[in-house]
Ligand binder design. Structure first.
Ligand SMILES: Nc1nc2c([nH]c(=O)n2[C@H]2C[C@H](O)[C@@H](COP(=O)(O)OP(=O)(O)OP(=O)(O)O)O2)c(=O)[nH]1
Length: 135
């Protein structure tokens, strides 16, 4: 059987120079369980990246966001599936509505502090680029 490939969008939400990082709970595969990630998810058929991001952020975090420019795209081969992860610079219309419905933790971190978290492997090139100060 061929390995599934998913298109995943991720929001780099900037607020007062900090970036929102969210922690997954237990997942089907141990290599993504409890990892930090940028909020987002799989793009559905016939959906634009912008629509998918706004839908996911509302579903997962009750955040209404503006989606800005594409930041970085990563292809990553996990053992049981592959993803193309497209990250976008975003801003929240208000962070006051933020509440977790799926994740178990969130942090607002300065870019330089991002590498201290235990990230999903696919995110590491994005985290490294942000931590180097490239925005
Ligand atoms: N949202 C998000 N997902 C990421 C990132 N990095 C990364 O490897 N992923 C993976 C985790 C998931 O396997 C997949 C995104 O799928 P998803 O969030 O829509 O859903 P899921 O697999 O947790 O659950 P399901 O809908 O398949 O039941 O991409 C990231 O930064 N953000």
């Amino acid at each position: 059987m061929s390995i599934p490939h998913y298109h995943v969008v991720a929001a780099i939400i900037l607020h007062e120079e900090h970036i929102l990082c969210v922690q997954k709970g237990i997942a089907k595969y141990s290599y993504v369980s409890y990892k930090y990630e940028f909020p987002g998810g799989k793009v559905e058929a016939d959906e634009s990246h912008q629509t998918a991001l706004r839908r996911e952020l509302w579903e997962e975090l009750s955040l209404d966001i503006h989606v800005g420019k594409l930041y970085h795209t990563v292809f990553h081969a996990y053992p049981h599936f592959h993803i193309t992860l497209s990250s976008y610079l975003c801003s929240a219309i208000s962070i006051a509505t933020l509440r977790l419905t799926e994740h178990i933790d969130y942090r607002w971190l300065l870019p330089v502090a991002l590498p201290r978290l235990d990230w999903a492997a696919a995110d590491l090139p994005i985290v490294t680029k942000l931590a180097r100060g490239s925005l």
